[in-house]
Design a protein around this ligand. Sequence first.
Ligand code: GRF
Length: 189
Amino acid sequence: MNNIAIFASGSGSNAENLILFFNDSPNGKITLLLSNNPTAFALERARRLGIPTFTFTRDDLYHTQKVIDRLNEARIDYIVLAGFLWLIPPAVIEAYRGRIVNIHPALLPEYGGKGMYGDHVHRAVIAAGEKESGITIHHVNEHFDKGDIIFQAKVPVSPGDTPEMLAAKIHALEYRYFPAVIDEQLTLL
Ligand code: GRF
């Protein structure tokens, strides 16, 4: 049984979906939710579901051991980034090499990198006239959105789609595939 930590900066709808899914998995449990944003709704969702939370500052993450100490204290085996907007520092990558995954709301390697998150991604995809978009689940390395790709799924971009409409289609894909893909990764450790 793997202890899984989720890092989330915002709403946390994927975090909630993962917490519920892993309640019933023999491979792992979500045992900690960490956020850089004290007002992230993800923290509230975790609290409601009885998951311990930890809030940290930029300084805590990049210049101290506080985040790594908290991960160690909770005996975390695996890390999931679900709408986490800061770069994971090398010390955490080293400690969890091959055990950190992220979900990106587009088909990487296009539409990734710093600043490409949330509606920025969907607006760029629509502005470029793309006929399809999707989700990418990938390993995390020292660079934004650059780790090896594990899984992708596509949705059509329809004429007239707004960023909100595209986001809704992509969220549906995320809820459907992200938990199962992580669950399978845990069986490969
Ligand atoms: C998701 O679209 C995910 O792909 C991206 O950030 C969004 C997070 O949404 N990395 P939520 O906070 O899980 O609702």
